[in-house]
Ligand binder design. Structure first.
Ligand code: BES
Ligand code: MN
Ligand code: MN
Length: 460
């Protein structure tokens, strides 16, 4: 009998071709005009699971985009792994900044990926990483080496907050019964420095609207006497960081879990090249909260960032106008033990309290999610670490990721399940940015590591 790794070598080109077909479908969940494509992608994922040998393949309808479910129960006495991933992607805009079109995948070599990377929206986040699980499952099925039961739950709304997945989990607790959740939707430090995320930040996301006069005004006739909502909004936003780049919202840090000196020094043992980091981003310096390293700033500290700001005249040439309204979308990344609802409420209260009487403000909460930290002394982390070591030849370093996967906290709360964040992307793979890519080596390292995780987890 063949081994999974030999099967993977023998089917290398087909595994790439199929991923390319998946990447060609523009499954942008944020934009309703792509709705047909998002549904088509769900069908593609369901069909690929069926072909790989899964049973009970289902396209579960929700109030939004469907959740693809499938399973393979080989022996009820074996542990069951619930694989979670997402088939939706972020918008590709600004399209003009892509070297090749976002939904026409191509392989190009880069400095970091000398053996080639797949350039396409979703190549890393998360179609490429999700599809590794479909192909690893196929390899285990075809070589008769599946060592755990497996369930798949692949959703199409992760990039818009997973609003329908929580209710789905609550309504399907029996169906989703498992021992652990396995997710590939995070990053590693580098191809020669394997790591496993043991934390994700939470998220509070709000949209604010500042209204000045009841209509746009002539900025000469009224300017100077009537508050300009854009000027006011800019000042309000600027005031939310102090001179040390601490966030000024009262109570914002109250529940932040402070790490011990030993925990912080452990975290900073992970290799980090500040010069290379700056060079990659072409910035003169990094920024942030005084007293913390870059690893800490993105891993264990909360943030507040404006994601978009608009208002007034932004067209060709100039228009002298004192606008009636200004808007911004603001996100706050959260860490244990902050709560998304509490932070959103604190933001709203503070934002309203600092608004001068010359304007009216409105704060509209968007989706949110809770932060998570996963244990490193658990059976699942240890199995993942052994699997990674067998492929990469080195023990992985536990890292705290800066991004958010809001559903991970819900898996714990609603299903009682821990998650393993077995990600194979790199932070520099341009997730959510133009020219997103995913190393061909990363794709196959992932496909090779997954069967070993199954094996190690079953053995432990
Ligand atoms: N896969 C990312 C999250 C991620 C990326 C975690 C890299 C760790 C390292 C996920 O698809 C994502 O983008 N999540 C969103 C949150 C969501 C509510 C829109 C995020 O982090 O902005
Ligand atoms: Mn993702
Ligand atoms: Mn994403």
């Amino acid at each position: 009998m063949q081994t999974p790794s030999q099967y993977i070598i023998d089917n290398k080109q087909r595994f790439l071709d199929e991923l390319f077909d998946l990447l060609r479908i523009p499954s942008i969940s944020a934009d309703p005009s792509f709705s047909d494509s998002v549904h088509k992608t769900a069908d593609f994922v369901a069909e690929s699971l069926r072909k790989a040998g899964a049973d009970n393949v289902e396209i579960c309808q929700t109030a939004g985009y469907p959740i693809v479910y499938a399973d393979k129960i080989i022996d009820p006495s074996l542990p069951t792994i619930l694989v979670y991933g997402h088939y939706d992607v972020q918008p590709s805009a600004p399209d003009e900044l892509w070297e090749t079109p976002a939904f026409e995948p191509v392989i190009r070599k880069t400095e970091i990926h000398p053996e080639g990377a797949i350039f396409a929206r979703g190549s890393c986040d998360d179609k490429g990483q999700m599809y590794m699980h479909v192909k690893a499952f196929e390899a285990m099925m075809k070589t008769n080496s599946l060592s755990c039961n497996v369930k798949f739950m692949i959703e199409g709304e992760e990039e818009v907050g997973s609003g329908n997945l929580g209710p789905f989990c609550i309504a399907n607790k029996e169906k989703l019964k498992a021992d652990v959740v396995l997710i590939s939707d995070t990053s590693m430090i580098a191809n020669d420095i394997p790591s496993i995320d043991v934390g994700l930040r939470g998220l509070s996301y709000v949209e604010v609207e500042v209204t000045g006069p009841n209509r746009d005004l002539h900025s000469g006739v009224y300017g100077g006497a009537v508050a300009n909502p854009i000027n006011i909004l800019a000042k309000m936003i600027a005031s939310m960081h102090d001179e040390n780049n601490h966030i000024t919202i009262p109570g914002f840090y109250e529940k932040v879990a402070e790490l011990s000196a030993a925990e912080r020094s452990d975290l900073n043992l992970a290799p980090f090249d500040h010069e290379a980091y700056k060079k990659d981003l072409n910035v003169g310096d990094t920024w942030g909260e005084k007293g913390y390293t870059v690893i800490e700033k993105t891993g264990i500290r909360p943030t507040l960032d404006v994601n978009g700001i608009w208002g007034g005249y932004t067209g060709e040439g100039s228009k002298t106008v004192l606008p009636s309204k200004a808007f911004a979308k603001i996100s706050m990344r959260l860490v244990p033990n902050q709560s998304s609802d509490e932070i959103t409420a604190l933001f709203k209260k503070h934002f309203e309290s600092i608004a001068p009487s010359s304007v009216k403000v409105e704060v509209k909460p968007h989706h949110g999610g809770e932060p998570v930290v996963t244990p490193t002394d658990s059976k699942e982390y240890k199995a993942a670490a052994r699997a990674v070591k067998r492929v990469f030849g080195k023990d992985p370093i536990p890292t705290r990721g800066g991004g958010s996967i809001p559903i991970v906290a819900l898996f714990k709360k609603e299903l009682g399940l821990n998650s393993v964040l077995l990600g194979f992307g790199l932070d520099s793979d341009a997730l959510h940015s133009p020219n997103e890519h995913y190393g061909v080596v990363n794709y196959f390292n992932g496909i090779n590591t997954i069967p070993l995780f199954f094996e190690e987890y079953a053995a432990s």
